[in-house]
Design a binder for this molecule. Structure first.
Ligand code: PRX
Length: 671
């Protein structure tokens, strides 16, 4: 009785109450969200002393968008002022044309002249419990010495430098050192596999790789240098590998190619002239998943990026001089770039970096850090919040969290239950929560509350920030004033991506072709009668798994790479904790014997190809996949099966019988 099982599963999922709306959320999910009537205005005390206290910024931006952003840019230190604020030729934007500045100078040098010289810039906590504090003065010296070291290795302005490191201060130092000398960093998340690293190095044509002997994660060692060696074997352009010694891990150092970090900086001067960069010179590339199997290198430039991240850090997190700001992301993602390193440091803030897992050695690790460092602002992902909920309120209750005054969320829609839990158990019902919507491509937060002004609603990222013109449109690109549709951005913004590395056509196609002249985010959204935006997840083949972007195609390519696999189709299914779980439907090659261990084998193969984050939650072996007469796999139907829903229209299928067979198979395998 397959249908009964499906119904039971549906019930189980909705009873958990924690699953966020899935991609392509059906109407009931939207309706449930919009029934969300709880309102959380800023408290009078918070509003009174907030960085932004009224809607003047919105009005200023509405009156003159370019002048508005120029005022924000003027808060940075420029070597040469721009002569034109914006040069906009869809889809190519140039911000602050002719201006010259240096990002490292803005993040470090300008703070060492005054009272911030001995202020903590980075408070670092290693997973085993070791701690380091780098003041702005320390950071200045470390960045300069490493920048000089890179120069000595021959790194010049415009060269690409790949970075594959654990969350140690040297990761931020490496990024800033590149920025200082005008090299373009491309940070690759330490959890990615050797093959993923290799692909990114090859695509960016990096000539130097910065890594570490290893890093700690959940008590085990991440074998970074080992994986880097594997990757570099197939990267002929890599001339040097710099290795930071994080632990006492056994690694092989290749004579002439590999250099210990401490040797590179030894004897280097504490001063290194910051390269005056053109506002539109490249700052970094960062790879993210799109709808195809090949990740794309998102390109960010200098002046606009720093203007956008600096201003939004101040507004959205209400950043003040005395704050201790803790963002739990990894610098391998855009959140780490914009809101651990560049935004906070440009504001002269104290930013916390933590190396390890949230549940190591125990499930109160974050709360222990909050207590020990007196964290005031805490920024994490809904997937983490749902894990905290599962672990129970007793873990945060063990700690004094009274230093906290503001909480943030990023990466996926935050379901109202998680919002309420965060508010109650972490925020003591007093901290405002900022739900921040943005993307690797946007570089900066675009939709979020201003915590001293906006009335928050659990589950809504509220309204576009000042200077951001977002819209919800229908299939034809026409504005939907109230209701659901596609989220687009109608006007350029300073930190927007400037392209996809080496692929201008894909840039146009991906973002600018669906609705000509406007940027398509790939997200669905609903706008309510008060103008609040409710994000509904991806409308394309990109999955958001535990806050990380992966394309279904990427996982499919990894699966079909296995010698036993003939065909694979991957879909996302709502998951209580991770937001989305990966479900793969796989056809095994004829004549291939498949042992019982094949499922584990296939999962491991994906881990090898991409990394742990892409490991499928479930693999269903099937003799055939639902296809149209022209041979296209209908993933929509597979998603229905994986979600335990009534299967949609099957009339275009070449063999409608395949669905019934698959459903039975799926439900048998699940039970
Ligand atoms: O679907 C949206 C979701 O994450 C996507 C961007 O992923 P990535 O480039 O990896 O950047 C994540 C960190 C900025 C978006 O297209 N997303 C991000 N923030 C939110 C969100 N969905 C709903 N609410 C959010 N606050």
């Amino acid at each position: 009785m397959p249908d009964d099982k499906g119904a039971a599963r549906r019930k189980k999922r909705s009873a958990s109450g924690a699953a966020p709306p899935a991609a392509n959320a059906p109407e009931p999910a939207i309706a449930a969200l919009l029934d969300e009537n709880r309102l959380y205005p800023p408290s009078p005390e918070f509003a009174k002393s907030a960085q932004v206290r009224d809607d003047a910024l919105y009005r200023e931006a509405d009156a003159d968008l370019e002048a508005f952003w120029a005022s924000r840019a003027a808060e940075l230190d420029w070597f040469v002022k721009w002569h034109k604020v914006l040069d906009w030729n869809v889809p190519d934007a140039k911000w602050f044309v002719g201006g010259k500045l240096n990002v490292a100078y803005n993040c470090v040098d300008r703070h060492i002249r005054g009272a911030r010289r001995n202020k903590a810039a980075i408070l670092w906590v290693g997973e085993p419990g070791d701690r380091r504090t780098l003041t702005y003065w320390d950071l200045y010296r470390e960045v300069n010495r490493f920048a000089n070291g890179l120069k000595k290795l021959g790194v010049k302005k415009g060269d690409r430098v790949a970075v594959y490191m654990p969350m140690v201060p040297e990761l931020a130092i490496a990024m800033l050192a590149c920025a200082r000398i005008g090299a373009v960093h491309s940070v690759v998340f330490g959890g990615f596999s050797a093959e993923s690293l290799r692909d990114r190095i090859l695509d960016s044509e990096a000539k130097v790789l910065i890594t570490a002997d290893g890093g700690y994660r959940r008590g085990t060692i991440l074998p970074l240098k080992h994986d880097a060696d594997e990757a570099v074997k197939q990267c002929p352009l890599i001339e040097h590998v710099v290795v930071f010694k994080r632990g006492d891990f056994q690694v092989h150092m290749k004579e002439g190619r590999d250099h210990w970090w401490h040797r590179i900086v030894d004897g280097q001067s504490d001063d290194c002239w910051p390269e005056p960069m053109d506002s539109e010179d490249l700052l970094f590339t960062l790879y993210t998943s799109g709808t195809t199997g090949k990740p794309k290198g998102i390109v960010h430039t200098t002046g606009g990026y720093l203007t956008g991240t600096t201003a939004t850090t101040k507004w959205v997190f209400d950043l003040r001089e005395e704050d201790v700001y803790f963002c739990t992301a990894d610098c391998g993602w855009i959140t780490g770039h914009s809101y651990i390193v560049y935004g906070p440091l440009a504001n002269g803030a104290t930013t916390v970096m933590y190396e390890g897992a949230p549940d190591w050695p125990d499930k109160d690790r974050f709360w222990q850090i909050v207590e020990e460092l007196g964290v005031t602002i805490f920024y994490t992902a809904p997937t983490a919040i749902r894990a905290f909920m599962k672990w129970g309120p007793e873990w945060p209750a063990k700690h004094r969290l009274t230093s906290l005054r503001l909480l943030g969320s990023v990466g996926e829609p935050i379901n109202p239950e998680a919002w309420m839990w965060y508010h109650k158990h972490i925020g003591a019902e007093t901290c405002p929560i900022v739900d921040t919507w943005w993307q690797t491509e946007t570089g900066m937060i675009l939709i979020a509350p201003l915590p001293g002004v906006t009335v928050a609603r659990p589950g809504s990222a509220t309204r576009p920030l000042p200077g951001i013109v977002a819209d919800v449109v229908d299939e034809k690109g026409e504005t939907v004033d109230v209701g659901g549709g596609y989220l687009v951005l109608r006007k350029p913004w300073p930190a927007m991506l400037r392209g996809i590395w080496g692929d201008p056509e894909r840039f146009r196609q991906n973002y600018w072709s669906r609705f000509p002249g406007v940027y398509f985010t790939g997200d669905g959204a609903k706008r309510d009668k008060d103008g609040y935006f409710w994000l509904l997840g991806r409308v394309d083949d990109v999955m958001n798994v535990a806050g990380h972007r992966l394309s279904t195609m990427e996982v499919e390519s990894a699966l079909v790479d296995h010698p036993s696999v003939a065909e694979a189709a991957v879909v996302g299914r709502a998951h209580e904790l991770k937001g989305t779980a990966i479900v793969a439907f796989v056809t095994i090659r004829e004549g291939r014997e498949h042992a019982a261990a094949i499922l584990d084998d296939l999962k491991e193969h994906v881990v090898q190809k991409i990394g742990k984050i892409a490991k499928p939650d479930e693999i269903i072996l099937t003799a055939d996949l639902p296809k149209t007469r022209s041979g296209k796999i209908m993933r929509r139907l597979l998603r229905d099966i994986a979600e335990g829903k009534a299967v949609g229209d099957t009339t275009t299928l070449a063999d409608p019988g395949v669905i019934a067979r698959l459903k039975t198979k799926y439900e048998d395998q699940e039970s």
